[in-house]
Design a protein around this ligand. Structure first.
Ligand code: F6R
Length: 240
């Protein structure tokens, strides 16, 4: 991977936004793979600032989010759909229907997952996939043990992931136990991948992902098999 170490989380957010802005200027019709979570709140703020400054338009672009919880009522504030609306979609110019998340409202989730994969292919595949990394090395919601050839599917979340993500839920409410996520195989098909990680709590996961042998115990280590991965991390994520 091509690694850039920056001073702090703000600098990482700016660098990732710059990377995306450049990619969209180069290919206005590109297809993005999008992530949610804490790390990307700052990234999207930076991206919105660049959009408002007239650096790029997303009017011809498409986007597919990595993952979504299963079983939340539509519009629930903890849903990734609400997150994306609030932190990005409301502020930029994706054409209606061109920025989507896995369809978790379908009666047949397996069929909806297959349709999501087909939609990605129909959009020409993902040009640039944005990724965060979980403390346990997960990418998307592919928790440890996920096969590297996995596709979009319904998966259970670990307790550690649910606890980490509880901050985005109303007090006393936990994230659902199930989610739909793009698979590791889906992610590896993206032409280019940008992974953003900040904070000392990500040091161990990054160590296992990129400085240890490839193992399904650390899903992000699958990225060692991809030829075009850019990592933006802050100094704190280097650990002690
Ligand atoms: C989010 C996602 C997750 C997060 C990861 C890190 O769509 O797929 O893999 O990227 O859990 O989350 P934060 O940035 O909150 O530490």
């Amino acid at each position: 991977p091509i690694v850039t170490v920056l001073d702090d989380a703000a600098a990482v957010a700016a660098a990732v936004a710059e990377h995306v802005s450049r990619a969209v200027r180069q290919k206005p019709t590109l297809t993005l793979g999008l992530a949610t979570g804490n790390t990307f709140r700052d990234v999207y703020n930076e991206l919105i600032a660049r959009f408002k400054a007239g650096e790029f338009s997303l009017a011809e672009a498409k986007a597919f989010n990595l993952d979504e919880y299963v079983g939340l009522p539509h519009g629930h504030p903890g849903s990734f759909e609400a997150y994306m609306q609030h932190h990005l979609f409301e502020h930029v110019d994706f054409a209606p229907g061109n920025a989507r998340l896995p369809d978790v409202s379908a009666g047949d989730i397996a069929a909806a997952c297959a349709a999501y994969e087909q939609a990605i292919v129909a959009a020409g595949g993902i040009d640039l996939q944005l990724l965060g990394i979980g403390r346990n090395g997960h990418i998307g919601f592919n928790e440890p043990g996920s096969p590297f050839d996995s596709r979009t599917r319904e998966v259970p979340l670990t307790e550690s992931t649910r606890t980490a993500n509880a901050v985005d839920f109303p007090p006393g409410e936990m994230p659902p136990p199930m989610s739909v996520t793009m698979g590791i195989g889906t992610i590896l098909e993206a032409r280019e991948i940008v992974l953003a990680a900040t904070g000392a709590h990500k040091a161990e996961a990054l160590q296992q992902a990129f400085h240890a042998p490839i193992s399904t115990d650390c899903p992000a280590s699958a990225l060692q098999r991809h030829g075009k991965v850019y990592i933006y991390r802050d100094r704190a994520s280097l650990g002690a």
